[in-house]
Write a protein that binds this ligand. Sequence first.
Ligand code: ADP
Ligand code: MG
Length: 633
Amino acid sequence: MSECVLEEIFIKRSQQKRKTSPLNYKERWFILTNEKLAYYDFDPEKGKRKGLRGSVDLEKIKCVEIVQPEPNAPQDRIYAFQIVYDEGPLYIFAKSEKVRAQWIKKLKEMVRFNKDLTQKYHPCSWMDGVWLCCQQEVKQAMGCKVLDGKNGFSFKPPGRRVSRKPLPPTPTEETPGRPLPPEPPGPPVSMTVIAQYNYTPVAPQDLELRRDEEYTILDKSDANWWRAKDKYGKEGYIPSNYVVKTEEGLERYEWYCKNVNRSQAEKLLKTENKDGGFMVRDSSKTGKYTVSLFTKSGGEPGGSCRHYNICTSSQNQFYLAEKHNFTTISELINYHQHNAAGMVSRLKHIVSNRARPPSTAGLGYDMWEIDPRDLTFIKELGNGQFGVVQYGKWQGQHDVAIKKIKEGSMSEDDFIDEAKIMMKLCHENLVQLYGVCTKQRPIYIVTEYLSNGCLLVYLREGLKQAPSTVQLLEMCKDVTEGMAYLESKQYIHRDLAARNCLVDSNGTVKVTDFGLSRYVLDDEYTSSAGSKFPVRWSPPEVLLYCKFSSKSDIWAYGVLMWEMYTLGQLPYERLNNTEIVAQVSRGLRLYRPKMANEKVYSIMTSCWLEKAEERPTFEELVLTVQDLLYELQ
Ligand code: ADP
Ligand code: MG
């Protein structure tokens, strides 16, 4: 056995591998050796070490940092630190600042050459299914704070408490008109943000945003529209997705493109077609960043893209191709804007996806009734269950899609009530509902417009060349993320399929028509025996007992993945609906598409498990797809 480096009795928090398992805190005898951090039971009276309770291999450690004390922490749990490794964070509480600093310093020193060190971390703990710092609900979610490279000793003394989000109940059958789960209350202190986009006021209570200017946030009780004050003291509501916190480093830089994946980065860089065009994006590996760079001197006729991971050095410094180390990523980028230093070119031109602002939850604060006189109709996009869908403009400049609801096709009053809830659903992988025109007949539903149209058509005929497996998986990831958001809001889609997804100009896929099937007035569509019922996307419990849940959405997601990997074939092509009901209940499943490897197919089959509770959640699928993407790249 290797020698003991440090030894101490600490309080250890249970790791809460399941969201609902209660937390406990136990004193353990910690022993740090050159290979492991092990902790043991001990007898406090005799002062003797007893059985081994667990250990962490040092080489698996990704981050060692202090952590803010938990809300209302007792005195003996103030000096907390975290050891993040592949199974999540381990929280340990030291008796004093001195002991904590000593252990953090030693541990950092010992893991400094680990290859998986992260560049971001969570300053607060994970508790009952949520990160207390950023309110993200996925345990593996990327850290929300960039490590400052100073070994984390710039710690503010405890005092500020972070409020805790209540644990949502497990998603089951929803009742119409029920409100979405409550949003976490905002932090009590006022927060300063920077506008990433301009925003022109629309509703009377809106506040104008000017890009790069600072604003103070006064009220965050509405997750989508925050009350803010500008530097002249003027107050009003702003879309929360147009601003970033000032201390959150990278978002303020034009070259940082947060929600851009590898394929999209290549597309954006190639479209720009400038030698030395670049952007920084989140790597498919959680917590890391990648620089994507376009060069015309790489030998390929149309130019080519290179992707460089931003690495972390032993001293927690950042570097790219060669070892020119920097304390911050912005200093690193600044340096490489002038020096290629090992890359094919220096970073010459910023290519940004920030030209187009994201969708807002409604066109202005508290605005869901839209004046039809503000709409201009430009062209017909298609025909759906409710009638014609048109592309148009709102107030002459904002792209919108307008569904004219054919009279008698929808239970309108019920829908109008629900629309207020649907408007609040706001995610980059969901087609945003902007509002409704209900004062006239036919009523209109106004949504975000996506120029590449329906995913099913896009898969069948819209792709210029056969998509790569990475590209298909990236599209799956988009859907998974949108659905994980719906799942977290306990919102059931009920009709997830490629025909109900749309593709935007960048190739991002967004889910649409969520929950809408409940308002269709057409027995052929709503009855599971009807000819228009989505039998091919339904699990046995829906076909047999009409039992909808997030788990029936998961089944449909598996079928949608299958549609992706067959480029839009009809599931169970040779069978009719009656045959499908009989065969699927007896265990028949779709075959493995040629383009799907075993791992991809195993995701699909996990969605088609007979027992609904054994299927994964969307939250879990996000991680599975992400891991697979990382393996492929
Ligand atoms: P419904 O849900 O009423 O059956 P759809 O949503 O399927 O109707 O719309 C019919 C067609 O119109 C789609 O297949 C798609 O091509 C087009 N379409 C619908 N909504 C949009 C949108 N927001 N952006 C772009 N095209 C759209
Ligand atoms: Mg539809």
